[in-house]
Design a protein around this ligand. Structure first.
Ligand SMILES: [Zn+2]
Length: 265
């Protein structure tokens, strides 16, 4: 949300400076020049404007200009924060004699410069860069999860990722920590000589699969989880099939086995 907020502020400032209406464009450019002049103590060059808006604190740009908060100071701070994340900055283009915003492409060493003629794509370009950054960071996590290989085969298994339907906040937080193996269990913390035993059953390595599926003191929880799944499945069986028996012997047979769900049509 912070990144998106910064994108909106930068986009707003850029659109004012590149407004098709020359009057507005000039008022904005003059207000900006006045502010920078106060900050650095001399009339700013075009390069100074790009440096200032990029949030540089080097030399004279780091001075306390005693200025009050304004659109330009907000835009400057936004670019300072966003630049640290994705490496974007304001740039004065000597060739075309215009101010633009440089947005690097995360997956390659290439970059895009958005100027007056392409002003409409600025917001989209910055958002796409942020998106790529987060995706690449996610892909670099060392533990991608054993379950994900299976659940990614069918989008219904991941329905909650995009919208959070049928998922409590507690579950949401757990799912993502669990997937990246970030839940602080003795077996997960990588420190030499650390005791990795389970505190409940003394098993030698307390990992997430151990806690969820094989730690005996938690067996009652396994049963409840099993029953919850069964309840959900029974609820989803089409009513027209009728006669659903749960955890019962099969009528008309001698078997003592009690299947989880029997549907008789
Ligand atoms: Zn255990």
């Amino acid at each position: 949300m912070g990144n998106l907020c910064d994108v909106v502020v930068i986009n707003h400032a850029f659109h004012l400076l590149t407004c098709p209406d020359a009057t507005i464009r000039n008022i904005m450019a003059n207000a900006l020049r006045d502010m920078i002049k106060k900050q650095i103590g001399r009339a700013p060059s075009n390069q100074d404007i790009a440096t200032f808006l990029s949030g540089s604190l080097d030399g004279e740009f780091g001075r306390d200009g005693g200025d009050i908060a304004s659109l330009w100071s907000r835009a400057r701070n936004a670019m300072h924060r966003l630049g640290k994340h994705i490496g974007c900055r304001w740039k004065w283009c000597e060739e075309h004699q215009e101010l633009g915003i440089l947005a690097p492409q995360i997956r390659s060493n290439d970059y895009t410069i958005v100027t007056l003629s392409t002003r409409g794509i600025l917001e989209r370009t910055l958002k796409a860069t942020i998106h790529s950054l987060y995706v690449e960071t996610l892909k670099r996590k060392p533990h991608q999860g054993k379950a994900f290989e299976l659940t990614s085969k069918w989008d219904a298994s991941n329905h909650f990722l995009a919208r959070g339907d049928f998922t409590r906040f507690a579950d949401w937080r757990f799912i993502h920590c669990a997937r990246f193996n970030c839940i602080l269990l003795n077996g997960v913390v990588h420190q030499r000589n650390r005791d990795k035993r389970c505190r409940k059953c003394d098993y030698s390595n307390k990992t997430l699969p151990h806690v969820l599926c094989s730690c005996k003191p938690h067996s009652r929880a396994w049963q409840l989880r099993h029953n919850a799944f069964r309840y959900r499945l029974v609820k989803a069986i089409a009513p027209c099939l009728r006669e659903v028996a749960v955890n019962c012997t099969i009528p008309g047979t001698d078997s003592q086995l009690r299947p989880d769900i029997v549907v008789t049509n």
